[in-house]
Design a protein around this ligand. Structure first.
Ligand SMILES: [Zn+2]
Length: 269
C-alpha cells in the first residue's frame, strides 16, 4: 500500500498473550471471548505489528514489538514467541538492514511497543538500529523514568537507556507534523504522552492505532482496556478521534490484532 510518497509494509514482530479481562475492562467475558481466542489461563493471543514506511532514503519504523531480551519466566508469563518472528530478519526480506533505518517512532515506551529498540550483543545492550533517531514524547519519557505503580511493570529502561546514552533518543513536545505527510495524534488515557502517527496525503489517511485501538474490538466507545491509567480519558479521546476518522474515510491500523491488520470505519457504536 502507498500513501503519498510512502510505501507501507506491516511486519509482525512477535506473538504474545495478555489477560483477556484486562484487555477489555468492564466488558463481560461472554462478549469479549467472541472477539479473541482464549487459552486455559484466560489469556488472549495477540501480535505486535510494526509498520515500515519507506520514502526515498527515509526508512521509518513505528514501534518495534516485544524484542528478544526476555527471561524464560517472563516469556512464559506473557507467552512471548520470539523465535517465529525476528524483526531484523523480516526487514532483510524487504532488502533492509538495521543500519538503513533512519527513524523509529515510539508510540509510547511500554515493553510490547519498544522491546525491539535494543538488543544484546555479546552481553552488552546496544541500539538495534544504530543510525536511527528514536522519537518519543517528553511526557511519556518522563513517566517512563518515574513510572506510576499501575504501569511500572511495563516500563523497562533496558529498552531506551542505551539509546539516550548514544544520543539517539529524540524528545518531542506535543502534536506536530514530524515528517512530510506524517503528523502525530496525542492521547493520554492509556498512559501519558502516547503519540499515534497519522499518515495522510490528503486523499488517503491512516492512523496507527497503538494502544488507543489495539484491536478491532476496541473501536466501540466502552471497549477500553483495564490497563489504561485513565479509562474515562480514553473514552473522551475515542469520542474526539473517531468522528474525524469516519469523516475522512480513514484506515485504522491495529498493532495487536492477530486477524485484522487494518480497517475502515463504518460506525463506532
Ligand atoms: Zn501500552
Amino acid at each position: 500500500m502507498h500513501i503519498g510518497s510512502y510505501r507501507l509494509t506491516p511486519i509482525i514482530t512477535s506473538t504474545f498473550a495478555l489477560d483477556g479481562g484486562a484487555m477489555f475492562g468492564v466488558i463481560p467475558k461472554s462478549m469479549w471471548s467472541k472477539q479473541a481466542e482464549v487459552d486455559e489461563l484466560n489469556r488472549i493471543t495477540m501480535v505486535t505489528r510494526t509498520l515500515l514506511l519507506e520514502s526515498g532514503h527515509r526508512k521509518i519504523l513505528i514501534d518495534t514489538g516485544n524484542g528478544d531480551k526476555w527471561s524464560p519466566r517472563m516469556q512464559e508469563i506473557f507467552k512471548i514467541d520470539t523465535a517465529s518472528y525476528i524483526l531484523p530478519l523480516s526487514l532483510a526480506q524487504h532488502g533492509i538492514f538495521p543500519e538503513d533505518i533512519t527513524d523509529v517512532i515510539c508510540t509510547h515506551l511500554h515493553f510490547d511497543h519498544v522491546g525491539g529498540n535494543t538488543r544484546f550483543e555479546r552481553n552488552k545492550l546496544v541500539p538495534t538500529f544504530p543510525n536511527a533517531n528514536y522519537w518519543v514524547q517528553e511526557e511519556n519519557w518522563k513517566l517512563a523514568n518515574q513510572p506510576h505503580e499501575k504501569d511500572r511493570a511495563s516500563y523497562l529502561a533496558e529498552n531506551w537507556a542505551v539509546l539516550a546514552e548514544n544520543g539517539l533518543l529524540k524528545i518531542l513536545k506535543g502534536d506536530q507534523e514530524l515528517f512530510d505527510d506524517i503528523s502525530l495524534e496525542l492521547v493520554h488515557g492509556h498512559t501519558i504522552g502516547q503519540q499515534l502517527p497519522v499518515i495522510s496525503d490528503g486523499t488517503t489517511t491512516l492512523m496507527y492505532g497503538g494502544d488507543l485501538f489495539p484491536m478491532k474490538a476496541h473501536i466501540p466507545i466502552p471497549w477500553v482496556m483495564a490497563y489504561d491509567n485513565e479509562p474515562l480519558r480514553t473514552i473522551t479521546e475515542k469520542k474526539r478521534v473517531l468522528p474525524g476518522l469516519l469523516d475522512q474515510d480513514a484506515i485504522i491500523f491495529f498493532e495487536h490484532d492477530t486477524k485484522t491488520i487494518a480497517c475502515k470505519l463504518v460506525s463506532y457504536y
